[in-house]
Design a protein around this ligand. Structure first.
Ligand code: GLN
Length: 475
């Protein structure tokens, strides 16, 4: 029977007492990948390379020179560049494209001897919340393959869920790490905006995008963040703040906390009853343990999703202008001159959802509508940021569901974009305000589908967030 581990520290003791080797671990993951190929979690598996690296790392461990992530086998979302490897953002338009440099996150993980086992399926250009916009088809949830994985980092989440790797790196623009983590019963961490370099991530909406982790333990999330975070000369939006020793300093808090929850998360008919009950149970447990848990009204709740979508679409329409059939990947065979190269390559290369967003983004930025949409959404974002900061002057954390309902049937929502967008209601507040947020597994519903609860805290409050998460999970 293959043994899989819930944290790197368990793996490390397995390696130390000779119960396993890194090569053995990689072989196990590769066989799980083969068995679960039908889940469609990977766009490509780096099997030979991962095995060779495992053999090298076993050697380095013997010599006592291995890095802090020796034994950690990671999958990356297929919008994160890894030099010499293909990267597609799950889009036809990047057909055949290879990364010419590695993202800073990949560099930092490799420098600590992590192994990257493959690149994972995701929504096309990370646009979606069900992994159904991928050019390579949807990812199936391991808990029930008729259900979506969540998105946009759906492949990354299912890769961890089905033990096809130990941990995964995704990107989170408006919930794409947290929501699939919740649909798959895992821990999804979105760091503070600017804490982790975006260099080498294929941009969706640059003022929102952050790399995040999908793990089985808070310890692993802390260690990965510690290694990935920090200033980067290639991304001027990274903060110069020193990175705390998140993993070493991970300890359960002993003081009593003040926690706010949105009253609408319990009163809204759009939130599933079992999700509400999970939240109620957690609130009761926290109160019984002596914490103060208070319902609050967030006056801008109705503006969260519209402001988010106006801004990300505007940024996407600009970011995706570079995919023109000339510089990267796919070029239409029907192109005859420059204009038709642009037009036909983009028309054939982008999927429907991506085109919708480019068109809407172009519209909200157009001269006649800029003030009415884009400029107004920027103002609303500022109000949301200020109000969120105010909440954290008074409370240590906000607690809310990660998603209004558990994983739904594949194909159910894909036809109605508005329904899809509204399901991001709980994840976009942290994205608009730039605060860190974590989705934590909160048991299964009566159909055996995982549920998740989310904690938010103030900017750069990751240590407290991780500490409290560890405590919360064991409460
Ligand atoms: N569902 C959201 C969107 O489509 C979030 C996606 C993401 O975080 N990449 O924009």
């Amino acid at each position: 029977m293959t043994k899989f581990y819930s944290s790197l520290s368990e793996i490390k003791s397995g390696l130390q007492n000779g119960k396993t080797t890194v090569e053995g671990l990689v072989k196990n993951y590769l066989s799980q990948i083969e068995i679960n190929a039908g889940l469609n979690a990977f766009n490509e598996v780096f099997d030979k390379e991962a095995l060779q690296r495992a053999i090298d790392i076993d050697q380095r461990l013997k010599q006592g020179v291995a890095g802090r992530l020796a034994g950690m086998v990671i999958a990356i979302k297929d919008n994160i560049c890894y030099k010499g490897h293909k990267v597609s953002a799950s889009s036809k338009i990047l057909t055949g494209f290879q990364s010419v440099f590695s993202s800073t996150v990949v560099e930092r993980l490799l420098a600590e001897d992590a192994i990257i086992i493959g690149r994972c399926n995701c929504d096309e250009f990370a646009m979606g919340a069900a992994n159904e916009t991928s050019y390579f088809g949807p990812v199936k949830n391991y808990a029930d393959p008729t259900k979506v994985s969540g998105g946009s980092s759906g492949g990354s989440a299912v890769a961890v869920q089905a033990n096809m790797c130990h941990a995964a790196i995704g990107t989170d623009t408006g919930g794409s790490v947290r929501q699939p983590a919740s649909f798959c019963g895992l821990i999804g961490l979105k760091p503070t905006y600017g804490h982790v370099s975006r260099h080498g991530l294929i941009a969706y909406a640059s003022s929102f995008d952050q790399a995040g982790t999908i793990t089985r333990s808070v310890e692993d999330a802390a260690l990965l963040l510690e290694i990935m975070a920090g200033a980067d000369e290639y991304d001027s939006t990274t903060s110069n703040k020193a990175v705390p020793a998140y993993a070493t300093d991970l300890k359960k808090p002993t003081d009593k906390k003040k926690i706010a929850y949105l009253q609408e998360s319990l009163s809204s008919p759009a939130v599933d009853d079992e999700v509400k009950n999970t939240l109620i149970n957690s609130i009761e447990k926290l109160r019984a343990a002596g914490h103060t848990v208070t319902p609050i009204a967030f006056e801008y709740l109705d503006y969260l999703v519209p402001a988010y979508y106006i801004l990300v679409m505007a940024e996407a329409s600009s970011n995706l202008a570079r995919f023109d059939g000339v510089h990267y990947g796919y070029r239409s065979k029907a192109a005859t001159d420059l204009a038709s190269t642009y037009k036909k390559s983009r028309s054939e290369g982008f999927g429907k959802e991506v085109k919708r967003r480019i068109m809407m983004g172009t519209f909200v930025l157009s001269a006649g509508y800029y003030d009415a949409y884009y400029a107004k959404a920027q103002k609303v974002r500022r109000l949301i940021q200020e109000k969120t900061d105010k909440i954290f002057e008074e409370y240590d954390f906000m607690l809310m569901p990660t998603a209004p309902e558990p994983a739904f049937d594949i194909g159910r929502k894909v036809t109605d974009p508005v329904v899809n967008y509204l399901a991001d209601i709980f994840t976009v507040q942290a994205s608009l305000s730039g605060t860190p947020a974590i989705s934590l597994p909160a048991g299964n519903n009566t159909n055996g589908l995982p549920l998740g609860l989310q904690l938010l805290t103030k900017h750069f409050g990751e240590q407290e967030l991780l500490n409290f998460s560890k405590y919360f999970l064991e409460l």
